[in-house]
Design a protein around this ligand. Structure first.
Ligand code: ATP
Length: 241
């Protein structure tokens, strides 16, 4: 498989705190990768570095073979690196459709009929077609999460970086979100998904990465990673005990 997003030797330091140390992280075209690990392991920081929200203290990030370490997040977005946040912040006074149109216009450079077509597709994919004319501020949590995903997809990404978008959802709502993300994946978009709800995550991903104290401690087939004694000790033991 072709590697599209490639982080090499990534380090991140805040003062004396070494948040990432020598992290290598790759994503291949169309691949779905989950990231787990205890609080403070550096998962969101890794996503921030891949998305360009922060510049790493060490290492490089490449996208489709091009060094993007110094490329701004909006430029990475237009290149095909999409991002969805744990806490959605849509434009509350705009409708669902308008929010997605803004993403398609600024993230994918689409306008007119092409933008409209893309937005209708994305709203359908995210189960929001019936809510297109609702103001974003009136949406409940599940629909806000779906809108966050829809805004990310409207930018036409080759890879989407998802940060705990299942947090706070009921089991039934999380199952609906899984269906939407599986559909995204079926369309050929690669997925990197940080999630503490492991049983939800493993329904989608084919590869699981576990981080602890700024390092990757396991990377491989999900059940093998979850059964790894190092992962159980660092993460699952704490999560369940
Ligand atoms: N801007 C910052 N300044 C200082 N420290 C930071 C900053 N951002 C993150 N950190 C610290 O870096 C460490 C890793 O944080 P990060 O959010 O990446 O972890 P995480 O694995 O995503 O955790 P969680 O599962 O709780 O979201 C934490 O100790 C955090 O306090």
């Amino acid at each position: 498989m072709t590697v599209i997003l490639d982080g090499r030797g990534l380090g991140m330091r805040y003062g004396d705190l070494q948040v990432l140390q020598g992290v290598d992280f790759t994503v291949s075209a169309g691949e779905a990768v989950g990231i787990v690990g205890p609080n403070g392991a550096g998962k969101t920081t890794l996503l921030n570095v891949l998305a360009g929200a922060v510049r790493p203290s060490a290492g490089t990030v490449s996208f489709r073979g091009r060094d993007i370490t110094r490329t701004r997040p909006d430029q990475r977005c237009r290149m095909g690196v999409g991002r969805a946040f744990q806490v959605p912040r849509p434009f509350g006074g705009m409708t669902v459709l308008e929010n997605v149109v803004v993403a398609a216009a600024y993230g994918a450079g689409l306008s007119g009929a092409a933008a409209h077509r893309r937005c209708i597709e994305v709203l359908d994919e995210c189960g929001l077609a019936g809510l297109a004319n609702r103001r974003a501020e009136s949406l409940g949590l599940l629909h806000r999460k779906r809108l966050e995903l829809a805004r990310c997809l409207a930018t036409g990404p080759d890879v989407v970086l998802l940060d705990e978008i299942g947090a706070g959802l009921t089991d039934a709502e999380a199952a609906e979100l899984v269906t939407a993300i599986k559909q995204v994946r079926a369309g050929g978009t690669a997925i990197v998904w940080i999630e503490h709800i492991v049983h939800v995550l493993v329904q989608v991903v084919e590869r699981l990465v576990c981080m602890d104290t700024g390092r990757v401690i396991a990377d491989g087939e999900p059940q093998a990673v979850l059964g790894d004694a190092v992962v159980i000790d660092a993460y699952l033991g704490k999560a369940t005990g």
